[in-house]
Design a protein. Structure first.
Length: 360
């Protein structure tokens, strides 16, 4: 073997063994760089006689080509290997299930609203909704609460001035879900069986009041609805919601401008060591406001009060959630403490139904 062939063989071996782009570059410079062995040999050829020059030039050029090609090939291999390593390191299996400690959960208020809607759905009520920013008229006037009525003061209303109406028409954050009664009557007419869950707002804050809280409104309008229907529906509701057969309700005469007659519903219960028991004991807990829809409210909803009548009720959802799930302080609902949420919240895929179980 000539010394050129030896040089070529050794260089090719070193190239095959090189494990980084930096060592490849060092090899290239050592052979083909300005001071490289082959470059030097090519430069020194002027000293050779013509015959020898030709054969040496051929051998050197062949070696140079082989080495250049080996360098390119090895560089490609190294680049590919680096890419493979990166793909391995950054590989992500997007088909893996979410980690259990990262799944979201259902807040007890949402759970309670879903349970309430599921119970009434089972009795034939649909779900209706209305806006949280409400007109003065829907929130008060249409519900037989005229401007000078004391109920307006009792409601601690948040007033809203809207850019869009030039600030002329007073809007409010709805103080109850009752305005959904009027909107739905106007939209759908009678007969009508709906519940309207949602957020409501009053300017109030202590252990049992937060400025935002939740209600579910109920409304049944038909030709022959009586207070007896109301009583049965609410008893059925409490039995299903508290998951106790022996519930006892007390209908206490009360006053709401939008119902006549009106009643407040108290639930028989007992508190023992901070533990609530429904259907026994000597305590009564107020949970629902209700009554027969006032004729003026039917008129505001464009329903003829000489043909139709109905009942309505309003349930305080936060109160109901506290009772069923033994939550002592209302304010904790809205503090977003993850430890509290982990303790009191529900699995997102356990949707409450009467047949599948309300709360598990
Ligand atoms: N809107 C009442 C409140 O927020 C609750 C209420 C009472 C709703 C009687 C009704 C009803 O539909 O008939 O305090």
């Amino acid at each position: 073997m000539t010394d050129i062939e030896t040089l070529e063989q050794e260089t090719l071996q070193s190239i095959a063994a090189a494990d980084s782009e930096a060592s490849l570059e060092a090899l290239r410079l050592g052979v083909l760089g300005r001071q490289g062995t082959i470059t030097q040999r090519l430069r020194g050829m002027g000293a050779l006689d013509p015959d020898e020059r030709k054969s040496v030039a051929t051998a050197l050029n062949r070696a140079k080509d082989a080495i250049s090609q080996a360098l390119r090939q090895r560089r490609d291999e190294l680049e590919e290997a680096a890419l493979d390593r990166q793909m391995q390191a950054e590989w992500l299996d997007i088909t893996l299930p979410a980690r259990p400690n990262r799944t979201g959960s259902v807040h007890p208020v949402s759970q309670t609203m879903d349970e309430v809607a599921a119970i009434f759905a089972d009795m034939g009520f649909g779900v209706a909704e209305g806006p949280q920013i409400e007109t003065d008229w829907h929130n008060f006037d249409a519900l037989n609460i005229p401007p000078d009525h004391p109920a307006r003061q009792e409601h601690d209303t948040f007033f809203i001035r809207m850019e869009s109406d030039g600030g002329s028409q007073p809007n409010v954050l709805r103080t109850h879900t009752s305005p959904v009664q009027v909107r739905t009557m106007q939209e759908r007419g009678a007969p009508l069986y709906i519940v309207a869950p949602g957020r409501v707002y009053r300017c109030d804050y202590d252990q049992t009041h937060t400025p935002m809280f939740h209600q579910t409104e109920g409304l049944a309008i038909d030709r022959d609805i009586t207070m007896a229907n109301l009583k049965w529906v609410l008893e059925e509701f409490c039995r299903a919601y508290f998951e106790v057969d022996a519930v006892e309700l007390r209908f206490r005469a009360s006053h709401f401008p939008f119902t006549e007659p009106s009643a407040e519903v108290d639930l028989r219960c007992s508190w023992q060591d901070g533990q609530l028991k429904v259907g026994e004991g000597d305590d009564w807990m107020e949970i629902i406001g209700c009554g027969m829809v006032h004729p003026r409210v039917l008129e505001a909803g464009r329903i003829d009060p000489s043909v139709y009548q109905g009942f309505a009720f309003g349930i305080g959802i936060d109160r109901l959630a506290m009772l069923k799930y033994g939550i002592p302080d209302l304010r904790a609902f809205y503090e977003s403490d993850v430890r509290w949420l982990r303790h009191y919240s529900f699995e997102p895929l356990d949707i409450p139904t009467l047949h599948g179980g309300l709360s598990r």
